[in-house]
Design a protein around this ligand. Structure first.
Ligand code: 7RM
Length: 634
């Protein structure tokens, strides 16, 4: 098991050591795992290419470390508690031994369909145990999983399957989500029709048991795949730098990119951060409410907890079904010790009133966590007072799909807390703030661009199929630095407060959405000439999506047309990217070189129209008046 810091002194020593001797520091953490062959070199790196290699030459399998190595000491310990969408549903528990068997059987099933090391397998599934079992089964045989959040549309799914050239898709028949039943397999069928030619097999997990269309050439039920397989599958020997998974994430331009994480470094980093940020103790029950389709679910539902032999929970449903007390009902029922969720969920529950939280016994809780977006002070205080009953620490964890694990966070009862501050960088994380020219900002209380100057084991290695794009996006803004895309400010004690994205990436209910993606989708609507999408502050979602749309000629039924635009976005990306506000305009403010002036649109969308700055240099300054007049947030 990796080290666990217990005191402020431990943190200070670990931080200092990690900066002065990064190889020693991470080499020691890595010693705690099972390696088939030890590494030759802890770290080799440059941020120019970029080329980062951790534990080069080391051979291992991450599932050996998540499962096999716990069998002697924790074979009968509960590894996974799965909580059903229904209040009276049948929850499920898996011991480490049972989870091991399920993963091995699934892995043998994959092999029987010709899946081997290096092949890509896409998952499009709800929050069911088979998703966790399936991702681990891939890791067992060295296949690269790419999990697509099951709220994405067929088009978005097809884009990702094609980019990854996946050989297999694994899905469910239907998905239970709150009061809804969502046809998951039908979305996959549609994606296949869009030309996913690399796909040889579609594995269908019988979830609700409802009837689905069947394609004899491709489809097989999961229970048939694993009907006659062995209970043991020898783990594939992976190189430390072999890819473990691809996870697509939105950026400021074009289509989402496939962030690639590799095996050894990701393993060491997720285990270390899990154990320290949540201060996990052997008999604790840990619950992260994220979806496994996002990085938070990868690192802190599956890998981090299982690597540390924890009991991890997985919830199928939503926070407001059957009512806004559901989270707290589950915390009470399972005596949850660590609870990790997103600010958007906290704000949504806060808005439903205190009665839903007051009536439950939450005395088991020891640590509360948040992730995904800046938490506003009001939500932080509500979380602290109502859920934490003023007595337990909150960890506001800042990190990204690209960082693999938590980067900046308080350590519960070890470092102090300041509401809305993600606080201190974890050991191994050398954060700095720079100005737009790349000069280091030494002073405190000054806003700057958040960068990291030394690699940590969980850093992304590349973007799938396009290494240039990785360099361009993260390592080109400032030489020798990893650029996060976020602005931040540091207080006099060294705590960081994350301000938010400085690029064209929106954060809507904790979901990362590129404005360019939404614009491309809107532009697919017949009758649309051009569009510009910006974010605006939204009480519950953090940010809402505001779309300015130029149409071909006059639209007779504006309401109907806006519905059409919204539906196109739903089809192209998924419901999470649907604009909250659509304003039809006759033009967009542009510079003389033809660039849309988003700065002006952002202000108008926010309702902050008094000071739009100098607009005289625009190609079409007169358009600003028209847009202001019809703006929706005034
Ligand atoms: C884990 C995750 C990453 C972006 C990131 C930030 C924002 C995440 C916080 C936060 C303020 C936080 N991965 N973000 N955590 N902002 N405080 N604690 O969310 O790739 O989906 O998003 O999310 O802007 O760059 S992500």
């Amino acid at each position: 098991m990796v080290d666990q810091m217990k005191t402020l002194d431990d943190y200070k020593k670990a931080y200092k050591n990690s900066v002065e001797n990064p190889k020693d520091f991470w080499g020691k953490q890595a010693e705690n795992f099972v390696w088939y062959k030890k590494w030759d070199n802890v770290l080799d790196w440059n941020f120019n290419e970029p080329n980062v290699k951790w534990f080069e030459g080391g051979k291992l399998n991450i599932t050996e470390n998540c499962l096999d190595r716990h069998l002697d000491s924790r074979g009968d310990k509960t590894a996974l508690i799965w909580v059903s969408n229904e209040l009276d549903g049948e929850d499920k528990k898996y011991t480490y031994r049972e989870l091991h068997t399920e993963v091995n059987r699934f892995a043998n099933g994959l092999k029987s369909k010709g899946i081997k090391k290096g092949d890509r397998v896409v998952f499009y599934m709800p929050m069911v145990p088979e998703l966790m079992i399936g991702m681990l089964a891939c890791a067992r045989i060295g296949a690269i999983h790419s999990i697509v959040f099951a709220g994405f549309s067929s088009q978005a799914l097809a884009d990702r399957v094609q980019d990854a050239e996946a050989k297999m898709i694994i899905c469910s028949d239907f998905n239970n989500r709150g009061a809804k039943k969502i046809p998951v397999k039908a979305v996959v069928d549609n994606a296949i029709k869009m030309g996913c030619t690399s796909v040889e097999t579609v594995v269908v997990h019988k979830n609700t048991g409802a009837e689905v269309e069947w394609n004899e050439n491709l489809d097989i039920y999961l229970h048939d795949l694993t009907a006659n397989v062995d209970d043991y599958c020898k783990p594939e020997e992976m190189d430390a730098e072999d890819p473990l998974f691809i996870l697509y994430t939105s950026g400021s331009t074009g289509k989402p990119k496939g962030v690639v994480h590799t095996t050894g470094g990701y393993m060491v980093y997720t285990a270390y951060t899990f154990k320290n940020v949540f201060q996990y103790q052997e008999d604790d029950i840990y619950w992260c409410t994220a979806d496994i389709g996002w990085i938070t679910g990868h690192s802190y539902i599956t890998y981090g907890p299982l690597l540390e032999g924890a009991t991890t929970m997985m919830f199928e449903g939503v926070p407001t079904y059957p009512d806004a007390g559901r989270f707290w009902e589950i915390v009470q029922k399972y005596k949850v010790n660590q609870f990790y969720t997103a600010p958007t969920a906290i704000r949504a529950l806060m808005a439903k009133g205190d009665d839903f939280v007051d009536k439950y016994d939450l005395s088991s809780l020891k640590v509360l966590g948040t992730v995904g977006e800046p938490i506003n002070e009001e939500a932080w205080i509500w979380y602290f007072e109502k859920v934490g009953r003023r007595s337990i620490p909150i960890v506001d964890t800042w990190w990204q799909t690209e960082t693999g694990g938590i980067m900046i966070s308080p350590l519960p009862l070890i470092t102090d807390m300041r509401p809305t501050f993600a606080s201190y960088p974890l050991p191994g994380i050398q954060t700095i703030l720079v100005d737009t020219e790349g000069n280091t900002i030494e002073e405190n209380e000054v806003e700057g661009l958040l960068c990291v100057k030394h690699p940590w084991p969980g850093i992304l290695r590349t973007t799938w199929g396009d290494h240039k794009r990785c360099k361009q996006t993260y390592f080109s803004a400032f030489p020798e630095l990893y650029f996060t895309g976020d602005a931040a400010r540091r207080d006099e004690d060294g705590r960081y407060r994350i301000i938010g994205r400085v690029d064209d990436v929106l954060n809507v209910s904790g979901h990362r959405i590129g404005t360019a993606e939404v614009e491309n989708a809107i532009n697919e609507t017949p009758g649309v000439v051009e569009s510009a999408v910006v974010g605006y502050p939204h009480d519950i979602k953090g940010q809402g999506i505001y779309a300015f749309v130029i149409t071909k000629g006059k639209i007779s039924d504006e309401a109907e047309f806006k519905k059409l635009v919204a539906n196109t976005v739903r089809t192209e990306i998924g419901p999470i990217a649907k604009p909250d506000i659509i304003q039809l305009v006759s033009g967009l403010p542009k510079t003389r070189s033809g660039k849309i002036m988003r700065r002006i649109l952002r202000k108008i969308a926010t309702g902050d129209m008094s000071n739009l700055g100098d607009i005289s240099t625009l190609l079409n300054p007169e358009i600003v008046e028209e847009i202001k007049r019809k703006a929706k947030n005034k």
